[in-house]
Write a protein that binds this ligand. Sequence first.
Ligand code: ADP
Ligand code: MG
Length: 299
Amino acid sequence: MNNIVVLRPDRHQASGQTILKNNQYLSGRYELENILGIGGMSVVYKATDNMLHTFGAPHHYSAIKLVSESMRDNVQAEKLLFNEYAIASRLKHPNIVAIRHFDVCREREQAYLVMDWIEGLLLEELMYRQAIEPEFALILARQLIRAVHHCHQNQVVHGDIKLSNMIVSPSNHLTLIDFGISSHSTEPIPYLTELRACSHRYAAPEVIRHEAQTLAADIFSLCCVLFRLFTGDHPFPDTSEAAEARGWLIPILFSKRHPLDRLLQAGLSWNKQDRGVSSQDFLDVFEQMRPEDLKRRWF
Ligand SMILES: Nc1ncnc2c1ncn2[C@@H]1O[C@H](COP(=O)(O)OP(=O)(O)O)[C@@H](O)[C@H]1O
Ligand SMILES: [Mg+2]
């Protein structure tokens, strides 16, 4: 059995942030391999879980999220990371990233979140590389809707549904990631508001106006992603207040009577009171929808 070694902190500067070097350990257990992504507040590494590796587990990689160095003095950033753990670790679903645990590395005095490492491409990258055929869009949309429905059944608002927060594996399995700004629909958490930075391209108009996130806001973002999946385009040029004043019309894909259009017309309503559709409605329609329904015109 290998001895587990604890190395001393050793850091170097990159892109204005301090990044931990590869092959360093957290809590003597997780060996950092490479950076998977850098966000505004966090860095995500691929890591070998030496405990699992030592015992011969076939899947011994993890993804580890740390508060980025530039945010380490901000107590709220760590609270937000813990919030991500507290909310997402209660969700168990094949299309939602599995969160394993939250811990603090004493040597580094650094909190971190451990999750399953998911092999694949962000949906955003995938769509950049290839056109998505309607049949494939349907396969992906169904998995995304199942994930969002599971969140909403558990009163969890994901808060940041967008193409770069889902990973598609080589076998076309979709996983929803990044519960970094998620919340319970029944308990808005005040300390999160100052640090919340949703993606304005997908955020509901009321979220851009800094109103509390609701399940209806997720429905708006879900519809933006669905629209992009089936058309390649975003439904609106932008969702700012100026755009609201101009009153963008929601484009029709097939006809007003097509089930997909009916969902999108409702879900993309500017006022959340008009959205009137739930994740259950999306699930009902998408579990029934066949690829030929995406070719047929509904007059
Ligand atoms: N579990 C994971 N498996 C593989 N890659 C991941 C995983 N979680 C995050 N990533 C990568 O790290 C990036 C940033 O992670 P994310 O949770 O979206 O944080 P942020 O809040 O900074 O956007 C993602 O876009 C993705 O490329
Ligand atoms: Mg993200």
